[in-house]
Design a protein around this ligand. Structure first.
Ligand SMILES: O=c1ccn([C@@H]2O[C@H](COP(=O)(O)OP(=O)(O)O[C@H]3O[C@H](CO)[C@H](O)[C@H](O)[C@H]3O)[C@@H](O)[C@H]2O)c(=O)[nH]1
Length: 619
């Protein structure tokens, strides 16, 4: 019975042997690297981004990461990503043989051999078996074999020149990553030096011109910061007899007190100061480093307001703040705060006495909002709710809100007036705006004392006349006119016209374009309206003028002196033929109307575009 005769133990039961190291599942590792986002480990989906160390990410995850790094346990591993400028949207080539179904079998089965993407030159699949790279300057992805075979310094996919230092190996070996890190540091150091030398040159130029002035030519000139008119003229804004561009007389600029010390970290690296608490109050501009925000800050300062800026600087640039200061000739207190961080907002409001808030911050790309609606609702809606709650806590009840004409959806009649119904047939971006509009209406009904002006922007175009401020949003342009400017500048090969069979004068889509400086001035007039306790008001901010896609292409060709190439393609799904407004109410109640036409829009945009190429600090 049993084992009484004795069981002979095996050697490994008697002798302690060194355990073999646990074998890594190489297949799973490969799948993770090439199919999952490096930060969140979620399946990769377009738009896919690449960093300078060659890792792959979902754009949504990058945005989430930049908004709140504390949520990510592995944040330290991605410290090299400080903003959207530190990642590139990858231009991948679809694999015609790839079947989505194969890859959609869930967690249990990941086929590492088929990939949705291939090398555009030699057709190899991007599945981890072969080495793949992307070009940092243009984002085009191809296999290493293709690069060896072509041996050219022109990108085969987009035709732009590149250098070998520009190549980023995707999911490379440790040695590759070390090399990439060195290249990244070199690239960043070079950018820093270029910025420094540009600044030094500018100072030199200013010193020379000041010396000339002191030497007699114009020594009677007032220092730049004293009046709005002087800052206006320095920025190229026509200012005659102390009047601003829009015919309203200017006042002295109220300079914010110089910051000294505080627990607050200001975005411009300066320290805040409790003594700075302004008794007279000032205007808070959220998203003040963004496209509309930055121009609004300039117009507000020109009109004599004190301004504080908050921005999360994810999609905006610190350089923009410096340029606004340069254009206005004054320092601007600005903080790097995300509106989803309520406690940071509370700190900010207890530090400053704001009289009103101009709320331009938010995510704004319609197409992207369809891919990542949750993010859009969280940033646009939750961020705004945080802001409103904190405003209420501090009894700040004056608000100007950046809404969008996209709340109207397909027009039932034209031109669109403010009574046109909203909310039907609109995309998530428009829905977030609509949602906030409804909240404001309900809030004003329920609680006394709120003054809220909703500005529904039509198609914003142009840039500041100085050529220093414009739309510095990262990534490919999300709207037509910026696209035209990039084609003129040679950054893109052609404009794709989405449909030429609309019921319009030339068959291409017609829109209502408004110059960003005009639009910014609408915020100044809205601010004045708020001061008169206006309750809830909604205004269309458009020119009321219609221009087609071809009109825009021709105008940009003229302003730039370069032929903007185009080709006709199918309509975008659900695209609208004509979309323009009746801006009469804004004229009646705010005294606002667009003053700048198509030519000025294109000329100003071209000035900005041609001075801000990839080599400049604003990328
Ligand atoms: O590469 C392009 C881009 C656009 N278009 C066409 O150009 C016109 C304008 O298109 P945009 O994408 O520039 O602008 P939309 O009118 O579609 O949407 C814009 O206007 C809205 C308000 O009306 C919102 O403000 C929104 O954020 C903004 O992108 C349309 O006819 C469109 O089909 C092209 O032909 N090719």
């Amino acid at each position: 019975m049993g084992c009484d005769g004795g069981t002979i133990p095996r050697r490994d039961e008697l002798v302690r042997v060194k355990k073999k190291p646990e074998q890594k599942n190489k297949v799973a590792d490969l799948a993770a690297k090439w199919k999952l986002c490096a930060i969140t480990q979620e399946p990769l989906r377009t738009p896919i981004m690449g960093c300078e160390l060659g890792r792959l990410y979902n754009k949504e995850s990058i945005l989430e990461f930049l908004i709140d790094k504390s949520k990510f346990e592995n944040a330290s591993g991605f410290a090299h990503i400080r903003g959207l400028k530190d990642v590139k949207e990858l231009k991948l080539t679809d694999n015609p043989a790839y079947q989505k179904e194969t890859a959609k079998k869930g967690d249990s089965y990941i086929d590492t051999q088929t990939s949705p993407y291939i090398c555009p030159v030699v057709g190899l699949e991007m599945n981890g078996t072969y080495k793949f790279c992307f070009v940092w300057s243009c984002g085009c992805v191809m296999s290493e074999r293709a690069l060896k075979e072509i041996k050219s310094e022109i990108c085969h996919k987009c035709g732009k020149p590149y250098s070998t230092d520009d190549m980023v190996v995707l999911n490379g070996t440790e040695t590759d990553v070390d090399e990439l890190r060195t290249n990244m540091e070199k690239r960043r150091e070079q950018a820093k030096l270029a910025k420094k030398s540009k600044k030094a040159q500018k100072h030199k130029a200013t010193d020379v011109s000041q010396a000339t002035e002191i030497n007699g030519e114009s020594s009677s000139k007032q220092p730049k910061v004293e009046t709005a008119s002087s800052s206006a003229s320095s920025s190229g804004i026509p200012s005659t007899n102390g009047k601003l561009t829009n015919g309203i007389s200017d006042k002295k600029i109220k300079l914010p007190n110089k910051p000294s010390d505080s627990k607050f970290k200001m975005a411009n690296g300066k320290q805040g100061d409790k003594a700075e608490k302004m008794s007279s109050g000032c205007v808070l501009v959220t998203g003040g480093a963004g496209f509309v925000g930055s121009h609004s800050v300039i117009e507000l300062i020109n009109a004599g307001y004190s301004v504080v800026v908050v921005d999360n600087f994810i999609n905006a640039n610190h350089e923009t703040m410096m340029r606004i200061e340069e254009v206005c000739g004054t320092t601007i207190t600005n903080y790097s705060i995300d509106l989803t961080d309520k406690s940071a907002l509370q700190d900010l409001f207890s530090k400053h006495k704001f009289t009103s808030v101009i709320h331009t911050a938010g995510l704004k790309v319609i197409g992207e909002s369809c891919d990542v609606p949750l993010l859009y609702y969280r940033v646009n809606v939750c961020g705004t709710i945080n802001l409103i709650e904190v405003m209420k806590e501090h009894n700040v009840k004056n608000l100007i809100f950046s809404s969008s004409a996209s709340v109207y959806g397909p027009p039932e009649y034209l031109p669109l007036d403010e009574k046109h119904r909203t909310g039907r047939g609109i995309k998530p971006y428009g829905k977030t705006k609509q949602c906030m509009e409804e909240l404001f209406k309900d809030l004003c009904k329920a609680e006394q004392g709120w003054n809220i002006i909703i500005l529904r922007y039509f198609n914003v175009a142009g840039a500041h006349q100085s050529g220093k401020i414009g739309d510095s949003t990262q990534g490919p342009p999300a709207y037509l006119i910026a696209y035209c400017a990039q084609v003129a500048a040679g950054k893109r090969s052609e404009v794709v016209i989405y449909g030429n069979d609309f019921d319009t004068h030339d068959g291409t889509g017609v829109r209502d374009y408004v110059h960003v400086v005009d639009l910014a001035f609408a915020h100044v007039l809205a601010q004045r309206k708020l001061e008169k306790e206006c309750g809830l008001r909604i205004y269309n901010i458009g020119s009321g003028q219609c221009y087609s896609v071809l009109d825009m292409i021709n105008a940009m060709s003229q302003s730039s002196g370069k032929q903007v190439k185009y080709r006709i393609a199918d309509r975008r799904p659900e695209d609208i033929g004509s979309f323009y407004c009746k801006p009469d109410l804004a004229l009646e109640e705010l005294g606002w109307k667009a003053t700048k036409g198509l030519k000025e829009m294109c000329e100003d945009l071209w000035r900005w575009q041609s001075r801000n190429t990839d080599s400049s600090p604003i990328r």
